[in-house]
Design a protein around this ligand. Sequence first.
Ligand SMILES: [Zn+2]
Length: 302
Amino acid sequence: MQNMEQRFKSMSIFDFQRKFPDADSCLSHLAALKWSEGYSCPKCGHGSSCQGSSPHSRQCSRCRYVESPTAGTLFHKLKFDPLKAFWIVYFLATNKKGSSSSELARKLELGQKTCWRFKRKVMKAMKSSGNYLITGTAEVDETVFGQQEEGVCGRENAKKKLVVVGIEKKGKSVSRLYARVIPHIPHADAACLGGFMKDHIDPTAKVTTDQWTGYGPVAKDFANIVHIPSGKKGDNFPELHRAIMMLKGWLRGMHHHVEDLQDYLDEYCYRFNRNFMKERIFDNLMLRMIKAPPCPIKNISG
Ligand SMILES: [Zn+2]
């Protein structure tokens, strides 16, 4: 049996270098992941293939279509060394706070823009699967992100975003965290809030929220929901507000565009919720990169 140290150890730089010494080993890994459940031709659906002309590609034995291991994944049309792309995934998965694109550019001898673009694709793979609900004790609160705009105040401020944050509490610590931007659509707050809570919280969980009217309509879906006066928020939800403070602190260092806020929230929550599976986080993220559809750069704002 593994001891504690091994269990909580992340994949070291040496482990990574042994596993991925060159571009060929990366392509071979992508091919193994991509066709782990067998081959099916994306053009004609035929189930058998032979080795294609380019490295680690498959060629359909009926229609002759050649498919590369990167096609149809978030590695689609990768324009630089796959080994460097693997390093980006590695740093984003294993660095506690992620990595900025300029830091990645410096470490990997790539352009900052190249790193930024690829990092934004990796972030798409970090979106919550919705498979792991908050159970037991949950707390939900809304908070405002972003700078104060001159002469505009409150939730109507366009540079500010209203974000709903939910946590799972185990004793005094936070074991799970989700966050979603509530869009500026009049009277849609309650529906968005309800959607967030249904997507991320088990209906039997003991949920505590403040008394904002937005929570009214979702109460019927949660048998054990309690609304408490917001008052001085830090007093009522100390763990939740500490988690929000840490999230905001991380975001301040990221220089993101306001339009991208949801992707950054997803990135933060992805790593936070996998803190207990450090060793497998790289494999998990790589699998998500393969399963996710391509994300053309024109679909990424900023
Ligand atoms: Zn075919």
